[in-house]
Design a protein around this ligand. Structure first.
Ligand code: SF4
Length: 113
């Protein structure tokens, strides 16, 4: 069983290095100025989604992301829409397919394609 730290380190190496909002390699992002970026905040939920869905399509992962994570987020509107998502200003939404890929690799599962 992989540890949260293993997933976090893999995401830092495989995703944050490509994230335009990333500032210091530790998950602190320029856009929101928060101590932890939204990926770190929802990491347990993200890992659970990736490790419970088996599909070669990304859509089921995205649907569950919207159902399980966006529903907990203060930015979501009552109708499920999100202005940050619409503006591509949510780094979790923007990099979700890459995050799924990284978690699949850490978990030793085949990648969605
Ligand atoms: S897409 Fe919007 S509602 Fe979903 S996690 Fe990102 S900011 Fe929150």
């Amino acid at each position: 069983m992989e540890s949260m730290e293993q997933y976090w380190e893999a995401i830092q190496g495989g995703v944050f290095t490509r994230c335009v909002d990333e500032q210091d390699g530790a998950g602190n992002v320029r856009l929101t100025n928060e101590a932890q970026c939204i990926i770190k905040r929802f990491l347990p939920d993200i890992i659970n989604i990736v490790n419970t869905i088996k599909s070669n399509r990304i859509e089921p992962y995205i649907d569950k992301f919207h159902r399980d994570i966006c529903s907990q987020c203060e930015s979501v509107n009552p109708d499920g829409s999100c202005e940050l998502r619409a503006r591509a200003d949510c780094c979790l939404d923007r990099y979700f397919p890459l995050i799924v890929e990284v978690i699949e690799e850490v978990s030793g599962r085949s990648l969605p394609s």
